[in-house]
Write a protein that binds this ligand. Structure first.
Ligand SMILES: Cc1cc2nc3c(=O)[nH]c(=O)nc-3n(C[C@H](O)[C@H](O)[C@H](O)COP(=O)(O)O)c2cc1C
Length: 245
């Protein structure tokens, strides 16, 4: 496969493979760590619902029925359901020393993934861009307005995003993971994001909502939209959520 071997992806995989003979000789890049949480302290807050009594689901059925769904009705979802989705994807479930353990696993418990939300059809939440404050279990308002058209355009024109109730956007603060794991840490960052998205997919299915992962987007446009630099923090994954028939 000569073509594959010429790609930077192949070189990256080769360069970051653990090898018994060289594991302890490898020079790891010296990358300073970053703060474990991002907060927009002065932002207007939207409190999330901490209780969801009576909502339960059969895990085996949810696994059997989960699909990527793109046919949203444009009806609103409730703030209670949004709260469950945020908790299911990145809720704090335990504390171990300085680590706030979550619903999804993370390499080294370093949690480099930040969650942003474009809400357009969520009861009790004004249309806008929000950041999810994991520790405080609340949303921080970054800008108000209807942005799903912009998100659709940024995601290579994928039209179903316009009909969603909200879109989750996941970024990575790369230093959090790469300061410990060096170049190999990048692999872990994408694995972390996959776990988070699958939790969202399963929770959406359990709530009879439709969800679809999206990895095709113009990177710098999305970073600009979020107000992040694409170096220290960069967008890596999205998922649409909406009501379905
Ligand atoms: C990493 C990743 C990226 C994806 N990106 C997109 C995307 O940009 N647009 C889209 O419509 N679906 C996207 N999907 C959804 C896949 O098309 C879908 O998972 C696949 O067709 C299998 O169908 P299922 O999820 O219903 O089992 C993505 C899925 C993954 C895991």
């Amino acid at each position: 496969m000569p073509d594959l071997k010429k790609t930077i992806a192949y070189l990256y995989m080769e360069e970051t493979k653990f090898d018994r003979d060289t594991l302890y000789e490898r020079v790891r890049p010296n990358i300073l760590p970053a703060e474990p949480f991002k907060r927009y302290k002065d932002a207007e807050k939207v409190l999330l619902a901490r209780r969801w009594d009576g909502k339960s689901a059969d895990l085996w059925k949810v696994l059997q029925e989960r699909r990527s769904r793109r046919n949203y009705t444009r009806a609103a979802i409730s703030l209670g359901d949004l709260s469950i989705l945020l908790w299911a994807s990145q809720g704090v479930t335990a504390q171990a020393g300085p680590y706030y353990l979550r619903t999804a696993p993370s390499a080294g418990a370093l949690y480099s993934i930040e969650t942003y939300l474009v809400a357009e059809r969520v009861e009790g939440v004004k249309p806008g861009l929000y950041h999810y404050d994991v520790k405080g279990f609340q949303l921080e308002t970054l800008k108000k307005g209807e942005f799903l058209n912009d998100i659709s355009r940024i995601a290579l024109g994928q039209g179903f995003l316009r009909d969603a109730a909200c879109v989750f956007i996941w970024t990575s603060v790369l230093r959090r993971t790469m300061s410990k794991y060096g170049n190999r840490g990048l692999r872990y960052i994408f694995l972390d994001a996959g776990h988070i998205c699958q939790n969202l997919m399963l929770a959406s299915e359990a709530l009879d909502l439709g969800a679809c992962p999206v990895a095709a987007f113009f990177d710098m446009e999305l970073n600009e939209f979020l107000g992040i630099d694409g170096i220290e923090e960069t967008a890596i994954y999205l998922a649409a959520v909406g009501r379905i028939e």
